[in-house]
Design a protein around this ligand. Structure first.
Ligand SMILES: NC(=O)c1ccc[n+]([C@@H]2O[C@H](COP(=O)([O-])OP(=O)(O)OC[C@H]3O[C@@H](n4cnc5c(N)ncnc54)[C@H](OP(=O)(O)O)[C@@H]3O)[C@@H](O)[C@H]2O)c1
Length: 310
């Protein structure tokens, strides 16, 4: 599974296993955040071990994740790194305000280029839809930036199916990024069939449900960070989820793998989904997640997993 993956119809290709860098730059949603050197070391661990796709965003840090990634990328051959970032929003005090207007997006890309210390962005996403801008107009602005060479491919994230269809009216969207994992399968209704039909790469976020799907928790674990607010980590729901995850243990041990590897390998059985960006907090996790490339699930195992989490 070490073939390179093309993002949508663009000429950008990536190793199937990338790195989500939510935790790089001091995102304040987790109490055990990495300091800046730890964050940079984790990115170096990825690049040193064959991962080339780094997924960041204006809001990680905020701004600081992009800056740290730019610093690390400067130590490597830029041509071998695929930098994906997201914008189209601003802060009004603590509040995030979406703005997908063409003029704002053009400014957002210029600002990201500065923070990343680079002259092109391999994949630029509109992070969240705003209420006002027609989506095809927003994408039209990104297409101009692509024609100018400032970005190499176009993505949208957190769009509904209708917003995605409007955005992709002229066929310019290369990547859709949305929440999708074994515990959150709503995307299978309309988004995944649409991306498969339109040759748009679907990149799932929260692929490990923030660690819950890695098989390392038990019902006595408690959470004081952002996980405490997520329904999948609460009460009876948490207990049921742990029971389901536990049922993957046999498949994992048969393959001499870990539950996290089985979960991450399962994504590759989905249509239009051939690149993942698991997040990590330590270089060991980054390296560990690369082992997914060696895990091949049989059709029977895929059906079994689907049934457990149906
Ligand atoms: N587009 C969007 O709106 C959006 C939203 C959210 C995320 N994202 C992107 O998606 C990426 C992934 O999401 P995420 O990082 O929040 O969640 P995730 O990938 O579901 O979970 C990552 C967490 O799982 C644990 N982990 C990772 N590898 C592991 C392993 N091999 N064994 C055991 N535990 C492991 C680590 O947490 P612990 O060490 O704390 O257990 C890690 O921080 C983000 O980094 C970001 O780039 C995008």
């Amino acid at each position: 599974m070490t073939n390179r993956i093309h993002l949508g119809k663009s000429d950008v290709s990536v190793h199937p296993i990338g790195l989500g860098t939510n935790a790089v730059g001091g995102h304040n949603i987790y109490p055990d955040m990495l300091n800046e050197e730890q964050g940079k070391d984790m990115v170096r661990a990825a690049l040193d071990n064959g991962i080339d796709h780094l997924d960041t965003a204006l809001i990680y840090g905020p701004e600081r994740s992009e800056e740290l990634i730019g610093e690390v990328a400067g130590e490597y051959n830029r041509d071998n790194i695929v930098i994906a970032t997201k914008g189209g929003l601003k802060f009004a005090g603590e509040e995030m305000v979406m703005d997908n207007s063409p003029s704002f997006l053009k400014q957002a890309v210029d600002n990201s280029l500065k923070r990343l210390n680079t002259d092109y962005i391999d994949l630029f996403y509109i992070h969240y839809p705003d209420k006002e801008t027609p989506k095809d107009e927003a994408i039209g602005a990104l297409k101009e930036l692509k024609d100018d060479g400032k970005i190499r491919s176009i993505g949208v994230s957190n769009f509904s199916i209708d917003q995605l269809k409007e955005a992709n009216k002229d066929g310019y969207v290369d990547v859709f990024q949305g929440e999708y994992n074994l515990l959150h399968r709503e995307a299978e209704q309309t988004l995944l069939p649409y991306t498969a039909q339109e040759s748009i790469t679907f990149i799932p976020y929260f692929p490990l449900e923030s660690g819950l799907l890695a098989g390392k928790y038990n019902e006595n674990d408690t959470f004081s960070d952002v996980r405490a607010k997520r329904p999948s980590f609460k009460g009876e729901n948490f207990k049921h989820n742990l029971e389901k995850v536990d049922r993957l243990r046999d498949i994992a041990s048969e393959k001499d793998a870990e539950i996290a590897h089985v979960v991450l390998a399962w994504y590759f059985s989905r249509p239009s989904l051939d690149a993942i960006i698991p997040g990590a907090k330590r270089p060991e996790q980054v390296m560990n997640n690369l082992k997914v490339a060696d895990v091949q699930l049989t059709n029977h195992e895929i059906e079994h997993i689907d049934k457990i989490f149906s």
